[in-house]
Design a protein around this ligand. Structure first.
Ligand SMILES: [Ca+2]
Ligand SMILES: [Ca+2]
Length: 310
């Protein structure tokens, strides 16, 4: 079957089990009754102008006409498509080049310079619509640092770690990295939800880290994927380590729920934050054997952590 773009006309050779061939133009159908296809390649020609379409047997245009039709509207051929229907395999040659179409696939035959230009124009329009290509990337928060790791990511902002109060039973569980540049609209609220700052609540993190306030930074990596892996400080082959350190969470005895985050191995403090104010707290996390397999884990060892990108 030969169809022309926008279905201005369609030629079917050897349709209806090789008994009928047809030319469709607009709502008209012109038939040729007889067997046309066999196991050999046979030449056909198709000829058209604005007001008529002819299809013939053989290599000489104008002779051996089997189908002829006249459209009501002037036709303009932009391109041509070869296709098979009903899952049949169609083998054909164009200028002695052998092609094969299977399972209703279609092949564009660019036989007209206008067709190439038209396709190019469509592509250019589509590219223009796409705009700037989307860049891949991913973000992560580095806990305990005021900047992002050198050479592996860019700083989005450096801010303050925060969260719900650890002694409040309905506190939000997660740690958040608050912007250093808050913007407020209203000047009063209902005091149900609360946001506190955060402290390292032990000297586990560093000498005299207890009660120091915790910085954090939002970093953007050019890698598409970034993950935090608890329990190790190395990345798999092919992954880039952003930072590593020790796993942190809230205190198991506190009423508030918490979450696990990865604190950098070299934690920094917010300026003038050594006063004991509590709020959201960072504690080290130790392994507890049982349902946690030991080995490889070791009871009461603090868990490391790593953030890796790929
Ligand atoms: Ca403090
Ligand atoms: Ca404290």
């Amino acid at each position: 079957m030969v169809t022309f773009q926008d279905a201005q006309f369609v030629v079917i050779i050897g349709g209806w089990s090789n008994t009928i061939s047809a030319l469709y133009i607009e709502e008209h159908i012109y038939y040729y009754h007889g067997t046309l296809l066999n196991s050999e390649y046979k030449p056909y020609w198709i000829s058209w102008n604005s007001y008529e379409v002819s299809v013939g047997l053989g290599s000489i245009q104008g002779s051996g006409v089997i189908l002829y039709g006249q459209p009501q509207c002037p036709i303009k051929v932009i391109d041509a498509t070869f296709a098979s229907n009903f899952g049949e395999t169609l083998d054909y040659r164009v200028n002695q080049a052998v092609h094969s179409e299977q399972h209703d696939t279609k092949r564009l035959l660019l036989n007209d310079p206008d067709a190439v230009l038209n396709r190019l124009r469509i592509l250019e329009e589509k590219f223009a619509q796409l705009g700037t290509p989307t860049q891949t990337g991913s973000t992560y928060i580095i806990w305990g640092r005021k900047q992002c790791p050198n050479n592996t990511s860019e700083l989005v902002y450096s801010g303050f770690a925060g969260g719900g109060g650890v002694v409040e039973t309905g506190a939000a569980a997660d740690y958040v990295c608050l912007t250093p540049d808050p913007v407020f609209n209203k000047t009063s609220g209902t005091d149900h939800g609360r946001m506190y700052g955060a402290e390292y609540e032990t000297n586990f993190w560093a000498k005299d880290s207890h009660n120091e306030d915790v910085p954090c930074s939002l970093c953007r990596s050019s890698y598409a994927t970034t993950v935090m892996i608890p329990g190790t400080n190395v990345c798999n082959n092919g992954w880039t380590r952003q930072y590593y350190g020790y796993l942190a969470s809230g205190h198991h005895g506190h009423p508030a729920a918490s979450a696990f985050v990865c604190v950098d191995i070299s934690p920094e403090y917010l300026r003038a934050g050594s006063r004991d104010s509590d709020g959201k707290l960072f504690y080290d996390v130790i392994a507890k054997c049982g349902s946690l397999p030991c080995p490889p884990y070791v009871n009461d060892y603090p868990l490391t952590c790593v953030v890796c990108s790929k």
